[in-house]
Design a protein around this ligand. Structure first.
Ligand code: UD1
Ligand code: UDP
Length: 376
């Protein structure tokens, strides 16, 4: 049976982190693959630091697309990815998540007749205002192999008419990433000492989503909530600030009170801070999952989530951006237990995904065989 070649398309911080276990597994098994980086993220602290720290192989291509409007950024990516796919002729393009990179990778491939594998398929917020929701839906409906993290995401896909044979429930690769890096973080990271957090409890914050930080009222609401929390609990509040949020703070000329703003952290430092935090406030998808895995209470600064599993197990609560509501939800979460089950799998998601890719003979017939063969 001829082996297949996979083009792993990535471009942002969460994709690098969540695909790192898949890349490691490809390396371990000697699967033919290459990394195509779109360059959507390019600052050292959003990109290279993860390749270095997670010891990932260099991308074979980097399109250096950089920032821009949705259309401009996605369009440049589409052109660049198409050019490379025509040259390399891989059998499968693998994308992960819901960014513009994912949309461009899936769309470029499907238009050329190259099979698409989507890691983290079947997530839905049902909020079409979010660019991520559009990207998820379009990527899923362009895909031939849909790696759903949970049974819930699988049933969402089936409900949208996607054929069962294409769907594989694998768990989320973020569990693999956490398990692979948590112990190393404990040993190696000096972030708590560096930030003066050794002595007491602290809250960790990440906020970067377009619907929050590009909206002055919502962003100010969140920052006000953090200011009240700091006064009320007396804990330090640490916010490694995403470049988008930093830019918007400057644009809105907001004075931040009661919050320690720090540069975006590398993965080991972030995991170390996250796993030791009293509570985390976030609008990040990956952080909602990680806190759930780490049994750290999470308050999500959004009105909806495509990770309802975290709400159902009691690891997470939606607070929106109203300051008083944020404070109330923090209180609720601090008074609740943390003894929930992790719904995102056993840390073997990457192994399952690569197994499916290795076995794929790229005909509808073989997809069916794979599923019957027990890859769910
Ligand atoms: C993107 C994803 C979002 C994801 C996030 C992960 C889309 C539509 N959005 O949002 O789903 O949660 O990545 O972090 O794909 N910037 C830098 N350096 C960088 C990257 C960005 O300074 O390396 C700044 C630029 O000012 C840029 C802004 O951040 O304009 C936004 O970057 P962009 O890639 O458009 O979206 P993110 O907000 O990063
Ligand atoms: N993360 C990190 N450093 C930080 C903030 C986050 O390494 O300063 C990691 C975090 O552990 C998680 C991922 O980045 O794995 C989440 O990415 P992000 O919040 O940018 O995107 P989202 O998950 O919302 O798409």
């Amino acid at each position: 049976m001829p082996t297949i070649e996979v083009s792993i398309v990535l471009g942002t911080r969460p994709e690098i982190i969540k695909l790192s276990p898949v890349i490691r597994e490809c390396e371990r098994l000697g699967l033919a693959y290459f990394i195509l980086h779109t360059g959507q993220h390019y600052s050292y602290s959003m990109d290279r630091v993860f390749f270095e720290q997670l010891e990932l192989p260099e991308a074979k291509y980097n399109l250096d697309v950089g920032s821009g409007s949705h259309g401009e950024q996605t369009g440049k990516m589409l052109m660049g990815i198409e050019r490379i796919l025509l040259k390399e002729k891989p059998d499968v393009v693998l994308v992960e998540g819901d960014t513009n990179t994912v949309l461009a990778g899936a769309l470029a491939a499907v238009k050329l007749g190259v099979k698409v594998g989507h890691v983290e398929a079947g997530l839905r917020s049902y909020d079409r205002q979010m660019p991520e929701e559009i990207n998820r839906v379009l990527a899923d409906h362009s895909s031939d192999l849909l790696f759903a993290p949970t049974e819930k995401s699988r049933s969402i896909l089936i409900g949208e008419g996607i054929s069962e044979e294409k769907i594989f429930v694998t768990g989320n690769t973020i569990v693999d990433a956490v398990y692979q890096n948590l112990e190393i973080a404990k040993k190696k990271s000096a972030v708590k000492r560096r930030l003066g957090l050794e002595g007491g409890d602290y809250f960790l914050v990440t906020v970067h989503r377009q619907e929050n930080v590009d909206n002055e009222e919502r962003f100010r609401g969140i920052l006000k909530g953090l200011e009240i929390l700091q006064k009320e609990f007396g804990f330090k509040i640490v916010y490694p600030i995403h470049p988008r949020a930093k830019k918007q703070l400057e644009a809105f000329n907001v004075e931040v009170k009661g919050v320690m703003l720090v540069e975006p952290l590398d993965y080991l430092d972030f995991l170390q801070l996250e796993s030791n935090a009293k509570l985390v406030l976030t609008d990040s998808g990956g952080v909602q999952e990680e806190t759930c895995i780490l049994r750290v209470p999470c308050v999500t600064l959004r009105d909806n989530t495509e990770r309802p599993e975290t709400l159902e197990v009691g690891a997470n609560v939606l607070a929106g951006t109203n300051p008083n509501q944020i404070v109330d939800k923090v209180r609720t979460m601090l008074d609740s237990g943390t003894n929930w089950e992790n719904p995102f799998g056993d840390g073997e998601a990457a192994r399952r995904i690569v197994q499916v890719l290795r076995n794929a003979r790229l005909s509808e017939e073989s997809f069916r065989e794979l599923r019957i063969g027990g890859n769910r």
